[in-house]
Design a protein. Sequence first.
Length: 85
Amino acid sequence: HSVPLLLLGTFFTWLGWIGFNCGSTHSMNTAENGFQAAQAAMNTILAASVGGLVAMLFRRLITCKLEMAAFCGGIRAGLVAITAA
């Protein structure tokens, strides 16, 4: 169980997820479509960030430790949650 590899994998997953959610607009040939892609990117970043912070906060409250595994799990949970929206 390698924490650096966990962080690296989470980073690459997050980066790919941003591209996937922005690409779901299917085109950026008008300003409106560009705005939708930018909004999808911002929502993806915020959902993942808040998911990671909340997971780490709950882990801190329960075990009095800060764990990167909980942070990465929260990021993935936030990404999954925002994709359905």
